[in-house]
Ligand binder design. Structure first.
Ligand SMILES: [Zn+2]
Length: 187
């Protein structure tokens, strides 16, 4: 407060304070049944990418107090998407939001998606755009993400990893079913 009153930044950066706020938020999520979204990987230009590796969440994921709190790591944890895919396979409560990587990687989003689909359970992956502002961007992002996801799933179908019916089911899970269930969007 003293810093802000002196004209300084309103951004909270003190680690002990942030750690306490995260723990309090985890407690609230446990009591209310809400998932906790955490920024991981790239995002704002001032991010310390070394500290944005989702593997650093291990103490939280293995703490029995929050074992049942669903945690959603955002932005595909890019460039740590392989770590995120592994974590989604290992920890039941961990989910991966694909936003920002889709749409900002453009056509380059296909390859990370193939990695994610090959390792993470399809029930743990959620489409997101992370966009705000112009409504046209939401439509464009949705189009590009569908195209990338379609291409990644086709790649797996062509090689016999999954059949066409599985691909349709997985596409639907990622684009709608998983988010509807996790965020209790229906009813
Ligand atoms: Zn974000």
């Amino acid at each position: 407060m003293a810093r802000v009153h002196a004209g300084g930044s309103t951004r909270l950066t003190e680690k002990p304070l942030l750690d306490t706020l995260v723990e309090t938020t985890l407690d609230v999520c446990r009591e209310t049944g809400h998932p906790l979204q955490l920024h991981t990987g790239f995002g704002d230009p001032d991010v310390d990418l070394l500290q944005a590796n989702p593997l650093l969440l291990r103490p939280v994921l293995e703490d029995p107090r929050w074992a049942r709190v669903p945690i959603v790591v955002l932005h595909m944890a890019y460039p740590y998407f392989r770590e995120a895919a592994f974590m989604a396979a290992v920890w039941p409560q961990l989910h991966v939001d694909l936003s920002l990587a889709l749409p900002f990687l453009g056509a380059g989003g296909v390859s990370p998606l193939i990695d994610m689909l090959s390792l993470a359970p399809s029930s743990k992956l959620l489409y997101g755009s992370d966009l705000g502002g112009l409504p046209e961007l939401f439509a464009l992002s949705a189009d590009w993400a569908r195209a990338n996801l379609g291409e990644a799933l086709s790649w797996l179908v062509e090689r016999g990893d999954i059949d066409l019916e599985d691909a349709r089911r997985v596409g639907r899970q990622i684009l709608t079913d998983n988010a509807t269930a996790l965020y209790r969007l229906s009813g």
